[in-house]
Design a protein around this ligand. Structure first.
Ligand code: HEC
Ligand code: HEC
Length: 194
């Protein structure tokens, strides 16, 4: 338990630096420290976690811990956690409600281009026809637009590989403008009524 207590103290100190307003003060549930960034006050570019398949979340947490995926805060938050702790976090994340589509006014031309690219590049064969994801494949529907774009750029440039290295291959022929159109399109997608 001692490592756990120390880690919690380190996390609280880190969050106090990041959020001097003291948003980390309340402990209500396993995701209390996570929802500071991933909850309603989410900074732009931080992913929504709601609706993500449990297995996908677990794999990402393991990747942050073990270094296959790198992000200063996420890697620091996962180091020292054992597999059971990561499983418990993934199970808690899987209980969160899926996000709402982006609230800003959609750009019709980019939506049309994104929809066309999603069809022609068959994103739905792995991410499922309504882009809700399953098992090790993430949900894309209504994800944060800036995050989607950054994630695709990370795959394309080899900064993020993923469990099966599929995404770099999928995106290899797409331009920067194409990725922007796809990010715009998916951020405005809900799962129902498409
Ligand atoms: C200080 C802000 C911050 C905190 C606190 C935080 N995260 Fe994150 N998290 C991020 C950012 C930013 C990313 C995107 C990292 C990247 O793509 O490089 C991320 C990525 C993730 C991802 C991957 C999402 C995806 O779609 O691939 C998961 C899962 C995740 N976080 C879970 C958690 C959990 C569980 C906690 C609490 C233990 C937590 N996060 C706490 C900022 C935060
Ligand atoms: C062959 C299966 C496959 C196809 C086709 C596919 N993907 Fe993926 N995608 C995956 C897998 C698997 C992952 C998770 C990889 C990892 O572990 O990082 C992923 C991850 C992603 C992510 C990261 C999401 C997050 O939350 O971090 C984005 C964005 C994405 N895909 C977009 C697309 C787009 C856009 C297309 C179509 C142009 C597409 N994918 C087609 C399998 C696929």
């Amino acid at each position: 338990m001692r490592a756990d207590v120390l880690r919690r103290a380190a996390t609280a100190a880190l969050l106090a630096v990041l959020f001097p307003g003291g948003a980390a003060a309340e402990d209500d549930g396993p995701l209390f420290e996570c929802l500071i960034c991933h909850g309603e006050e989410r900074p732009v570019g931080t992913p929504e976690l709601g609706g993500q398949p449990e297995l996908y979340v677990l794999y990402q947490l393991v990747h942050f811990r073990d270094g296959q995926r790198k992000h200063d805060v996420m890697s620091a938050l996962m180091e020292d956690r054992d597999n059971d702790e990561l499983r418990a976090l993934a199970a808690a994340v899987a209980e969160l409600a899926p996000p709402e589509p982006a609230s800003g006014e959609p750009d019709a031309a980019r939506i049309a281009r994104g929809a066309e690219l999603a069809q022609s590049h068959r994103c739905g064969t792995c991410h499922l026809p309504e882009y809700e994801g399953a098992k090790h494949v993430p949900r894309l529907a209504s994800q944060d637009e800036a995050y989607l774009l950054a994630a695709m750029q990370d795959y394309k440039q080899g900064r993020r590989i993923g469990a099966r290295a599929q995404m770099a291959e999928v995106l290899s022929e797409l331009s920067g403008h194409d990725l922007e159109a796809l990010a715009h399109y998916f951020s405005h997608e809900g799962t129902s009524g498409l």
